[in-house]
Unconditional design. Structure first.
Length: 462
């Protein structure tokens, strides 16, 4: 390696930084010249006792804690990282609504960025139409800044890592769709994504802060649903067929106020014998009460004559079956991040490519527990390959490319001062366009429904 890579993590005191970024940096220290130079977070990383990897890494690397409150603005923080601490890679792992301000500032100062999903969210996008539309504007601003920065620093990287894209089962489906598309021009004409988040939050927990909380005025779409919006964009790009435009429609939505009114958490409460204080409904802002939990969209696929050629359904149920056994604990910010928290990651994905093939991905796991994916494919007899293919992936997260390998790959390119190439999983900023367009339109619909405005948004060009 030519150059040492000095890393700063925004939101480095959080759960995902500990279980993923900081763990990977610790493990990669044997093979790469890297240092966790700074953590930018309102929480002192050394005070979060359950974050063992973070505490160990901060001790080895003598990591500097930067509290954003001590700086005038984000630019001052990033300038300090660059000029005083010589940071050349920033990993953004804070609450999604803070990603943009750090990202744009890093581009201004020519620092490489790896950004967790979603690359952008916006405060109160669930209830304000203007805030929802602003996501698209921020993406455009980020893109302009990226092209501008690359004129000065030609190898500068800004990319997001999406775990679904690295799994062998998802990659296999994308490749099979693309193979048949290249041969026949057949496109996806029917796709269903049914996702169950398996989250159970007790009323008192709804006022907890954090990336998977609701105080920023955004809900499940900014949590895990983005993975599946990205998968829709990805699969459609692999086999668009005659589709030139997709038109999103909102079919149902359950918001926090509906959840509180329905009291559908009571069966879990009685099973785990939750204390009375867990049932106290906190005083929440109208923006938090309006956050989306369960949402259902359809996306009409139109050809250039505006004739419908297909349909996609995305049903994202954040609140669904859960194996939660953990009782209420005031000091626990996100019960789903703990063993026994019961956060599920179940999906059923069914993709049809005209009459030529059908692929199904069934993912079934509890966060922090075993994870399996069942992949099934059926091909028309005239299509090359076996008629029926079935594979069961035990430990599905260990298949494909690991998060550690991706980080190592990016670090090597920064150290060698080369332009990042090589992994299809790594999404450079311009490649997020379609996913961001869909995601923004979904938020626009959610906010329109909240404001009793007509449930219509313009079609999205693909
Ligand atoms: N939890 C997961 O399984 C998971 C998986 C993949 C990706 N992610 C992504 O990682 C990111 C973090 O998620 P998490 O689960 O670690 O959440 P978390 O709430 O545990 O951590 C977020 C951290 O960001 C800090 N933070 C909040 N606002 C900030 C600001 N303005 N500046 C600096 N720091 C700020 C918080 O204090 C906290 O320490 C999110 O973008 C999330 O989508 C999480």
């Amino acid at each position: 390696m030519k150059k040492k890579v000095n890393i700063a993590i925004i939101g480095g005191s959080g759960y995902w930084s500990d279980r993923n970024h900081n763990k990977n940096i610790l493990e990669l220290k044997d093979e790469l010249t890297i240092q966790l130079t700074a953590i930018v977070d309102p929480i002192d990383p050394r005070t979060v006792n359950i974050n063992n990897n973070t505490i160990k890494l901060c001790t080895i690397d003598n990591t500097v804690w930067i509290n954003p409150k001590d700086f005038k603005n984000t630019d001052e923080i990033i300038k300090n990282l660059k000029e005083k601490l010589d940071v050349n890679l920033v990993i953004i792992a804070s609450n999604p609504c803070a990603h943009f301000e750090y990202g744009i500032s890093c581009l201004k100062y020519g620092i490489n960025v790896i950004c967790d999903k979603p690359i952008i969210s916006n405060y109160n996008a669930s209830t304000s139409i203007a805030a929802a539309s602003h996501i698209r504007e921020q993406y455009n601003e980020l893109l302009e800044a990226y092209y501008r920065a690359r004129r000065q620093y030609p190898n500068l990287m800004f990319h997001s890592i999406l775990r679904r894209r690295s799994l062998e089962s998802f990659t296999k489906v994308a490749n099979e769709l693309n193979k048949v598309y290249k041969k026949t021009k057949a496109g996806i004409n029917n796709m269903t994504m049914l996702i169950n988040g398996g989250v159970c939050k007790l009323p008192a927990e709804l006022s907890n802060p954090g990336a998977h909380g609701y105080l920023d005025g955004v809900g499940s779409l900014s949590h895990s649903a983005y993975h599946y919006i990205d998968a829709i964009a990805w699969f459609v790009s692999m086999a668009p067929g005659k589709t030139v435009e997709i038109v999103p429609k909102l079919n149902y939505i359950t918001r926090i106020n509906d959840y509180l009114d329905s009291e559908t958490y009571t069966s879990i409460v009685s099973i785990i014998n939750a204390s009375q204080d867990s049932l106290l409904k906190p005083k929440l802002s109208k923006e938090t009460l309006g956050c989306e939990l369960n949402v259902g969209f359809t996306f009409i696929m139109n050809n250039k004559e505006n004739i419908q050629v297909g349909i996609i359904s995305l049903l994202f149920n954040h609140i669904s079956f859960t194996t939660r056994i953990n009782n209420y604990d005031k000091s626990v910010r996100e019960p789903g991040d703990h063993k026994g928290g019961g956060r599920m990651s179940q999906s059923f994905i069914d993709v049809h490519q005209e009459g030529l093939q059908n692929w199904q991905i069934m993912k079934n796991n509890v966060a922090l527990g075993d994870n399996t994916i069942l992949l099934q494919g059926r091909r028309h007899p005239s299509i090359e390959g076996v008629g029926f293919e079935c594979k069961n992936y035990e430990n599905a997260y260990d298949t494909g490319i690991s998060m550690k390998e991706l980080l190592a790959h990016a670090i090597k390119y920064i150290a060698e001062e080369k332009d990042l190439i090589g992994h299809s999983v790594i999404r450079e900023l311009p490649e997020e366009r379609l996913a961001i367009d869909i995601y923004t339109s979904c938020y626009e619909l959610i906010a329109r429904e909240y404001n009793s405005e007509p449930l219509q948004v313009p079609g999205i060009k693909i």
